[in-house]
Design a protein. Sequence first.
Length: 322
Amino acid sequence: MRTRRLTAVLVAVAALVAGCGYAPTPLPAPPTPSAMSGGSTAAPSQAPQCDDALQSYAPQGAVPAPGRMPSGSTMKTIQDRGRLVAGVSADTYLFASRNPLSGRIEGFDIDLVDAVAAAIFGTAKGHVQLRVITAADRLPLLESGEVDVVVRTMTITCDRWTRIAFSGEYYRAGQKLLVKEGSDVTGLADLAGVRVCAPSGTSSLSTLRARAPQAVAVPAANHTGCLALFQQGEVDAITGDDTVLAGLAAQDPYATVVGDAFTAEPYGIGVNADRVDLVRFVNGVLETRRTDGSWTADYDRWLADTLGPAPKPPVLRYGRTR
């Protein structure tokens, strides 16, 4: 745990340095949309249905053996290229952040990228190109075909289904509270008069005000600003997605995440809307990880220390036809 907290501090320092003019080495030119023409490139003739945002495309049979992707498929195009191009974060601690000691981006989301690559190539080593992107980049880069997948704590919504496709749900996040160890606060009902920080302009802040009007809402520029106020004793709690709070708690030995989630934020892997075969393939990989223990092992590795024992992996829902 001490090593993880030291790494978290170094990650924060690295992020500050990156914000002071550091320019990463440019990535190789991404594939053009035409290079991804594996069997499902025709534009949908109708807008995607969205009676259920979590409903995705079912796998068709067993996942093909690594190195033997079906001719004409998107996976075969990726196999022939020699690498899976994935849009990821580099500063979401525990999900996808750059380890300043090794220089590698690592976390729960990165393990998912590696699993998809390994299913195509037999191993992820040497076959993954991580493209660090912002949240605003996610949909445009998928639409243009510049990345094959986006694995970046992205919530599945009907609105996003109008532009891209999603895998089934791979993680259920939700808004929770972070407090000092030993605090009497265990949920929304305990927030009367409690100073709670959330970033300005976020749904976390508006949800706090709507669901716990008895709390004293304290805005900050971002979650890092909230953590500074929390450590200075100027607020009593922080609220946000449990995935974010887990990263904050890992950086503060006296902080803990408490209570049940009071919103639902289902994360999915984003894929270009025309690559339905790749969505089905990814769902096959996710199903394997659900049943062989890989999902739980990754949760235990990255999240259990701050979020507690692993829940059951999300059950993927199917039935989408367009």
